[in-house]
Every structure is written in C-alpha cells, then in structure tokens.
Design a protein around this ligand. Structure first.
Ligand code: HBI
Ligand code: FE
Length: 290
C-alpha cells in the first residue's frame, strides 16, 4: 500500500494539534529516514538535554524497572544529545536492533516496517525549553531516553519486532486501532511487577516528569493485569495522565501474550463495545497503588 505522503503529513499536522510539522520531512528517504546531523545541535540544546536527563534520572530509582535503569547507565547518554550511530553499534551487538533517525512521527506502515526489521525510529529534534514538562509529539528525549534502553533487553526486543510484524498484518485487517491501544498501554504506558512492588517500563511514563510518580502511587487510576482483548477494547487519552494502567508479570508474558495471530481477536472485538479509559469491569481486581 503506497503511502500518500501529502495525506500522511496532513493527518500528522492534525494529530500534532499545532497544524504544522516540527520535523524536516523534505530530506527523508522512502523509509522516512534522515541524517541525524549531530554537529548541528547547539550547546543550549545539549544543556537542555542534560537538564531533562538529570531531572528524569533522579526519579528512576524505586520507580523504573531494573532493566531500564541498568541499560540506561550503559548508554552513557547523560552529557548531551547522543550520537545515534554510536548507540546503534552498542545496540546491534546486544540485540541486533539499530536506531533510525527520523524527522518525527512516520506513517503507521513505515513504523511497523522498521520495527519488523529491528530498526527503531528515533526523532532527531529536541523540544523547546518551554516544553520541558510536556510535549505532544515525541522528540529525541522521549524516543531515546524513553524507548531505547529497553531495546537492550532480549525478550522485550523480540516482542517489539513481533509487534511490528503484527502491525503489518493488522493494516489490511483494519486492526490498527487495536494495535495502537496495545502499544499505548504497554510500550508507552506499561507497568511491570517486581519483588519490590509495581515498577514502570512504559516509555511515555519514563520520559515524563510527573506521571512516573502518579502512575505508581495515585489512588485514582485503575491498575489491572494485562489482558490483550481488554487492552484492545480500551480507549486512551493522549494529553492527560492515564486513567488505567495495565500490569505485566514480566517481559516474557508480554512476548507470549502478543505472539498469537490477532485476526480472530479483531473479529471478536468488532462485536464488543469499546471501553472508556477509566472503565473497570465487574470482577476486575485493582492491583495498586503500592
Ligand atoms: N512514528 N516516529 C514514530 N514513532 C512512533 O511511536 C509512531 C510513529 N508512527 C505511528 C505510530 N507510532 C503509531 O501508529 C503506533 O503507535 C501504532
Ligand atoms: Fe513513544
């Protein structure tokens, strides 16, 4: 299915809410890949990166899962915006993934193709200082700090490739909305159990100043065990803290639960109602807060 670039960029502009695109898509190739042009980042941008990194890193102990904290330390990315090529060498040795510099959000088909080939798209631009606490579209801090560390975990890395393959199969089956919910409530906003209690593995939380505390301790949101059908039925909010978090036992569960062919589930979901983000079904047990 050829991607209508003009149509995609118009959709993206609507999604971003601001109407114009942040990234420079003109120089992107057919996989929406661009050069990172690391030398073009200014000292002020590296300083903003350090400020974002230090604020987040202080919040991780006791909240982020151990795998994330250990992998982030190996990345040695505290001093400034990282060079993707250097990280790609480390990552390829660890789990055979590579980073792809992209101008920002890319079409779903392209996104899934990258994941299915163990290529993770990382946005090249960094937010502005006034967006320190919140940004709508993913920037390099969200993509790199939030997503890249877990790609060093072999089970999570395999899951994400399977997710990409599932996405390519879902597109012709009109299953995209279900897969987007699955990604949102796991890769972006997922919680994981640990012997010390609930911990975070979702990139959207790990790269956010406020939600990393809220998701573990606020009495407001639901925290329920991951169930693929249930996740795929549940709406999400893109511009507020989540009202429901889904919890996995470990990454093996995430891999196993998302390995089956989803086509039969999509067919069944079409007969079931969509659930609001704050819904708690009868019999569902709330797992939190700590
Ligand atoms: N593009 N660069 C980028 N990053 C994403 O996370 C992303 C995307 N395009 C599509 C997309 N995510 C969603 O459709 C998926 O979450 C399903
Ligand atoms: Fe993300």
């Amino acid at each position: 299915m050829a991607i209508d670039q003009a149509d995609f960029l118009r959709t993206l502009a609507e999604k971003s809410g601001s109407g114009q695109l942040r990234g420079d898509y003109a120089s992107a190739d057919r996989h929406y890949v661009v050069a990172q042009n690391w030398a073009d980042y200014t000292p002020a941008q590296h300083a903003l990166w350090r400020k974002l990194y230090q604020r987040q890193a202080k919040l991780l102990p006791g909240r982020a899962c151990d795998v994330f904290i250990e992998s982030l330390r190996e990345l040695d990315a505290a001093d400034g915006i990282p060079r993707f090529e250097r990280t790609s060498e480390l990552l390829y040795k660890a789990t055979r993934w590579r980073l792809m510099a992209v101008p920002g959000l890319v079409p779903d088909q392209t996104f899934f193709e990258h994941l299915a080939n163990r290529r993770f798209p990382v946005t090249v631009w960094l937010r502005e200082p006034h967006e320190f606490d919140y940004i709508v579209e993913p920037d390099v801090f969200h993509d790199f700090f939030g997503h890249v560390p877990l790609l060093f975990n072999p089970v999570f890395a395999d899951h994400l490739q399977e997710y990409g393959k599932g996405g390519l199969k879902a597109l012709p089956l009109d299953g995209l909305q279900y897969l987007a919910r699955l990604y949102w409530y796991t890769v972006e906003f997922g919680l994981i159990q640990s012997p010390q209690g609930l911990r975070v593995y979702g990139a959207g939380i790990l790269s956010s100043g406020g939600e990393i505390e809220y998701c573990l301790t606020s009495p407001k949101p639901n925290r329920i065990a991951l169930d693929i059908e249930r996740v795929m039925r549940t709406r999400y909010k893109i511009d507020a803290y989540q009202e429901t978090y889904f919890v996995i036992r470990d990454f093996q569960q995430l891999f196993n639960d998302t390995a089956p062919d989803f086509a039969p589930i999509y067919a069944k979901l079409k007969t079931l109602s969509t659930l609001s983000a704050d819904c708690l079904l009868p019999g569902e047990r709330n797992l939190g807060p700590d």
